[in-house]
Structures are given as structure tokens and as C-alpha cells.
Design a protein around this ligand. Sequence first.
Ligand SMILES: Cc1ncc(COP(=O)(O)O)c(C=O)c1O
Length: 406
Amino acid sequence: MTLDIDWVRGQFPAFREASLQGQAFFENAGGSYTCAPVIDRLTRFYHQRKVQPYAPYAASRLGGEEMDEARTRLAAMLGVETDELSFGPSTTQNTYVLAQAFRQMLQPGEAIIVTNQDHEANSGPWRRLAQDGIEIREWKVDPETGLLDPAALDDLLDENVRLVTFPHVSNIVGAINDVAAICARAHAAGAFACVDGVSYAPHGLPDVDALGADIYLFSAYKTFGPHQGVMTIRRALGELLPNQGHHFNAGCLYKRFTPAGPDHAQVAASAGMADYLEALSAHHGGPASGAGAARHAHDLMRAHETALLQPLLDHLAARNDLALIGPRDAALRAPTVAVELGRDPEPVAAALADHAIMAGGGNFYGQRPLEALGIDPARGVLRLSFVHYTSADEVAQLTRALDAVL
Ligand SMILES: Cc1ncc(COP(=O)(O)O)c(C=O)c1O
């Protein structure tokens, strides 16, 4: 079924905002527009429920219920138990806390596998454990393609490896890694798997249970929600890792890796992401709630994005004044497209802004994949990223603007 793009855009107030009219947004991988249900819930929380939650008076009780609702509904959509999902300030802070837990659990000589395809958020915090005698093994990308070869992972796995960390999609390379296959390899070797899903989740929430990830992380502010990091930790690992929260919260799985007090309003507003994805599914004849709605919304988004992405990839691949990074087949990647220009990308992004294209240049905290590809991270790449609310007209506007400025 085709995505009803007018209906979709009607759910995002940014498209009705006068100051944004005519502006085509292509920096979605940095942070997406926010859907109306999230903004409405956030506003309602600040107006009606801005008290300490979980007390017996109505405003407090309703605030707490809404926070619980966010976890319950998003967990169901992701295929995990409610207490296997927790919110933290950002994905970077979530991985940092997780790394402290692994620091306490692992013994010197045990190993963690990291990649050089990841955003720094899922790389640096793990690499720092080398200071405690943990061996860090790097699963390297192919320097020509930027791709990770799952067969090469086998050479790094042995009985000392306790954790394999990798991205579902790199925010530079864009390729979709075969998470289920990689998790299966990690598990077969007796290791846990931690997946950075930040660049995947905005293109459809995954079925985390089917993927087999012990930890799956993404950022709500890039997935039409508020500025929160969403983290799923499967029970077996979450109960094994040392508690990082208050000692009296040790028995509560969703509090064990979120040492700070939660941002009540934003956690509550995150239920708006479920509202939106369920409405999207129902509007297109799919299930109205839960995991079924999440899968239907995922497939709708993916089909729309893939159809818009292929012509853009073809257009970029046909130019000889730039190098397109990552797969040229839209089916193999997310619509997060980095191009190497052989010159500073920031003035090019500025020139695109004169054509009402909102895009950015730089390294996007992906220094490691850029270096692996032989690109100077101090200069970086031009990145063009979109999501399902992007229209074919906007992609056409982008290709015209690229032709004008390059
Ligand atoms: C792939 C990827 N992982 C992790 C992060 C970090 O997310 P956060 O900003 O929530 O810390 C980003 C942010 O750009 C990202 O693109």
C-alpha cells in the first residue's frame, strides 16, 4: 500500500509552520521533526501534570500513568517486556552507563568487540574499558565500501569475548547490517550483542526480539519524539550486569541503568510516538495497536523511503565530481546518504540553504568510519538524510539544488 503522504505531513506541525514553508529538510539523521501527539502530550504534561509523579493526587497519578504508558506501549511495539525498556537522557549517556556496568562485570583479559563503522556514542565508551585491562578488538569495515563483513567477525570471536557492539545502520555509511545474523554469531560464541539502532529506528521500529539484540538503543528525538534515549536491555543481561542506579532500585530492571532521575515530561510525551505510529498503521488499513501496528508502519515507511531513495542514489552515482558512500541499491540501506566532495562540505551545505535545502556537512561524530574510508574527519562529508514524511517533490528540489551548487 502507498503511503498517504498528505496525511503523514498533516501529523507534523513543522509542515504548517510559516517560517519553514518551502524549506526541504534533509538533516533528519541529526534529529527529526516531532509528531503532533508528542507535542500535545508534552504541552499537556507541562500544563496539567507538572508535579512529582506517582503520588495519590490526580495530577501526579495521571503523570505517572502516562510515563508507564510510554514504556508499556513502546516496549510492546519493540517486542520486549515493559521493564526491559528504559529511558535515559540520550543514547550517548545510555551507552556510557552501560559501559560502566560492563567495566564492573568483566575481568581483565576478557574482550569486547567494537567496530570502526559506529558513531562515537557506541564506540568510545567501550574502548575506554581498555584502561581496566579489557581487551578491545576492532571489527573493521572494508576500506573501499565501508561495509562490515559478518564472516570477518568470526575471526575475532573466541571464548574471551563477552560483548559485540555494532550499529544497525552507520550514520555515515547508511548500509543496513544484518543484525539477526550478527547477534546469532555473537551468541554462538557466548557473547552478548549491543546494537546502536539510532540510524535505523527513524525508518521503522524493529522487532528487537526477532533481531536477538541483548541491548538495542535509539534516540527518540530522531524518531519523531522528544529528546530522550530509548534503551532495551533483555532481562538475562540486565539482571546480570551490576546495578548502576540507587541501591534500593536494584530490583527494578528499568531503573538499573538510568542513574539520573528521569525527565518526567519527556518520558510521558514519548507515548505520543506510539500514538503516531499506531495511527499511521490504522490509517493505511493495518493493525491499530501494538507490535502489529509497528510492523505495518515500518513497512509503509520503508517502501516510501526506498522508492524516493533509489532515484537520488542514481542521480548521485551518475556524477563524477563526488563519491557516494555506501550501497547504491536503496533496498540495502537507509536514506542517510553521505557524499565525499573532495572539498569542504560546509560551504556546499550553505549554498544548498540558499536553495531552501536544509542539510549539513561535517563528520557527524563518525570520525572512525570516515578515517577508515580515507576521508579527513576534520573536513567530513555532505550528508543528505530523509525519512518517510519527505515527499518526492522535496527530493526533486534537492537534486535540482545539487545540480545548481555542485
Ligand atoms: C548512529 C548514531 N548513534 C548514536 C548517536 C548518539 O545519539 P544521542 O544524541 O542520543 O546521544 C547518534 C547521534 O547522532 C547517531 O547518529
